[in-house]
Ligand binder design. Structure first.
Ligand code: HEC
Length: 147
């Protein structure tokens, strides 16, 4: 007896879940916000393993070289999706990215300087120092420019 009524109720629940879900789709041509967020996630995935390696005492020159190889291209990507009309939901960028471009660029340069040092690191100590500064650069920019 319950079955015929239960089915539409489940559908309704599914629909309202979709409506309340804060994760909106990027419906603009080329989906720059979606690509930007994916590029930042890839950046997180490419940097975290440095920390894991160092925290777990798993440093080796070969590992470090492999992680560097994975970071080189990924660190270039998020910035390619910051066109002038790309400040719309579901972006978590603050409007200051566009209204204070010089400050945003300074944060970006800090990040590149830190990752340059990480890519150049030839010892565990150098990798640790450059990794810590890389994380600090992520945090610094997020504090100012991410919601
Ligand atoms: C120059 C500024 C800047 C730097 C440097 C930076 N980020 Fe971000 N990051 C942002 C902004 C702005 C957003 C919000 C993007 C959006 O939604 O439009 C963001 C978003 C993210 C997200 C969320 C992606 C999502 O929506 O799910 C992750 C994860 C992330 N960054 C990781 C990192 C890591 C890791 C680093 C350093 C290795 C880093 N970021 C460096 C500015 C920066």
């Amino acid at each position: 007896m319950l079955r015929p009524a239960a089915f539409p109720l489940i559908l309704l629940a599914a629909l309202s879940f979709t409506a309340c879900n804060p994760e909106m789709e990027d419906d603009r041509p080329g989906q720059p916000v979606k690509h930007r967020r994916e590029a930042f996630k890839a950046l997180l995935r490419a940097t975290e393993p440095f920390g894991r390696m160092l925290d777990e005492g798993q440093y080796s020159a070969e590992r470090l070289a492999a992680l560097k190889g994975a970071l080189v291209q990924v660190r270039e990507e998020p910035w390619n999706y910051y066109g002038p009309d790309t400040n719309y939901p579901p972006s978590k960028s603050r409007p200051e990215v566009w209204s204070q471009p010089e400050e945003f660029e300074a944060e970006r340069q800090r990040f590149f300087t830190a990752t340059d040092a990480l890519l150049a690191a030839g010892s565990e100590a150098a990798a640790r120092a450059a990794y810590d500064e890389t994380r600090a650069s992520c945090k610094s920019c997020h504090g100012a420019f991410r919601r």
